[in-house]
Design a protein around this ligand. Structure first.
Ligand code: FMN
Length: 214
């Protein structure tokens, strides 16, 4: 399947970081299902998927999260709200779980997966726990980008959100001691007709400043 370039660019230009959502509109179930699948399909280094995505629909919890998000109303007004978390480490058990899943899906035996397993283990061992966490966090941002792009192509508005207290989120979502920690959030839904940010010209550097042909 190919989407014409002008349609892709139209969707990317239509997308903006939505400040005001229309609280009365809800993303239909089939569209939401596709957005969740876009998270599942996100690529990651070695395929490790060191993350968990929390879809927070409980209004009480959303209100608590808003208080930890500079009171940004996107948290409570958007149709759906996703908290993207990263594994705080990458353990031998994590690597084993991924290799087992690959073997199951791709029908490979232990002999076939051993080289990859050894390579990942070797790579992980060279890093400190903090470095492994930071590596996982980088993967989570790929999921955020994929989610927002998929949303734009589906005509769904979004707001990526780093303006939050990650430790406050971890407390409210009871993430402490789970091995996962909040990285970033994303509100998704429909822009309010009164959101003036929708009309502001998209400000980006000139292409020549950011793209260099070598
Ligand atoms: C990782 C990340 C975190 C962001 N956090 C917030 C946020 O907490 N609140 C907000 O209103 N916008 C947030 N933004 C939106 C940016 O300010 C916005 O994407 C940028 O100014 C470019 O504008 P545009 O997305 O409308 O094209 C964030 C964007 C990114 C990529």
């Amino acid at each position: 399947m190919t989407v014409p370039p002008d349609q892709v660019l139209a969707a990317l230009r239509w997308r903006y970081a939505t400040k005001q959502f229309d609280a009365s509109r809800e993303i239909p179930a089939d569209v939401w299902d596709a957005l969740e699948e876009s998270l599942v399909l996100t690529p990651s280094s070695f395929g490790l998927q060191p993350w968990k995505f929390l879809v927070v629909q409980d209004p009480t919890i959303r209100a608590e999260l808003m208080a930890e998000s500079w009171n940004q109303t996107q948290v409570t007004h958007a149709s759906h709200f996703v908290v993207l978390t990263a594994r705080t480490d990458l353990s031998a058990a994590d690597i084993d779980a991924w290799i087992a899943r690959m073997s199951e899906v791709q029908g490979q035996g232990a002999a076939a997966t051993a080289p990859l397993k050894g390579m990942i283990e070797g790579f992980a061992e060279t890093m400190s726990r903090e470095a492994r966490h930071a590596w996982n966090v980088r993967q989570v941002y790929i999921a955020l980008g994929q989610l927002m792009t998929a949303a734009a192509l589906l005509g769904i508005d979004s707001c990526p959100m780093e303006g939050l207290s990650a430790s406050g989120y971890d407390r409210i979502l009871r993430l402490e001691k789970t091995g996962y920690a909040t990285v970033v959030a994303c509100a998704l839904g429909y822009r309010s007709a009164t959101d003036k940010y929708a009309e502001i010209a998209k400000a980006r550097f000139e292409r020549a400043k950011v793209i260099q042909h070598v």
